[in-house]
Design a protein around this ligand. Sequence first.
Ligand code: CP
Length: 305
Amino acid sequence: MQSRWLGRDIISIRDLSRDDIESVLLEAKEIRPNPDALRGKVVASLFFEPSTRTQLSFGSAVERLGGQVIGFSSGDVSSKAKGETLSDTIGVVKGYADAIVIRHPKEGSARLAADVADVPVINAGDGANQHPTQTLLDLYSIEKYIGRLDGLSIGMVGDLRYGRTVHSLATALTRFKKIKLRLISPPILKFPASHLDELRGLVEFHEQEELDLRGLDVVYVTRIQKERFPDIEEYEKVKGAYVLRAKSVEEQLSAKSIILHPLPRVDEIHTEVDSLPQAKYFEQAEGGIPVRMAILKLLLLGESK
Ligand code: CP
């Protein structure tokens, strides 16, 4: 039987069906450290933009499966600083590694890398576009804490214009049934129209400015992405637009609801929220390990027999 995973790229969540998403989540639930699984395999971790969680959890996932990681955590310490093109970098690294994990500030860079490489390429975030493995771990957390992925009311809060995690997650939610999305942002940070078109007819959505959490199963808070604003004065107008406080959570959210955030946080969730039962963002980040182990295993070894 031909594997649907072996050698595949993960560039956009659009490339994954519901069945694909569910198979990654199932693999993640069952996966355990195994020093023999990826023995002899090398994963290149090419981060042209800062990262804590994605880079370290991919590295940890590779190590837990017995593989090795090579790479860099800034374009400044690669030959990009000498003028090398991304195509040339990937053209060389594909000969050094069995898979490539890439983060880059430019939209479309991961797709370009996949076109050049003949080994699996995993998009670890390309500009404001996509962050598909973050979405898989977001769905893993939602299923873990809420118990289902259909019939959910989800509020997305903050920078819906530049935040790649909400773009990927909203697309993924079109694969599930009876989803209601509340899109909460300042007017200049609304969801891009092209992304809304993609949701139309598949999920029920409503845009608003007011931070109203009532009736939500999941509150997905995002940082305002200062680094993506072409004009710093525009950023100054919206920074600190939303700060989630314990009082609002206690008054408006059920004890069974959850608060997620892809992190890093700046000030959009007050630290007083961290001790509330709804706060699951640090557990969410931990889910990056099993989910990324599952992805690496599927792409490098195929499905379990
Ligand atoms: N969630 C996320 O992508 O975090 P990092 O930028 O730290 O990788």
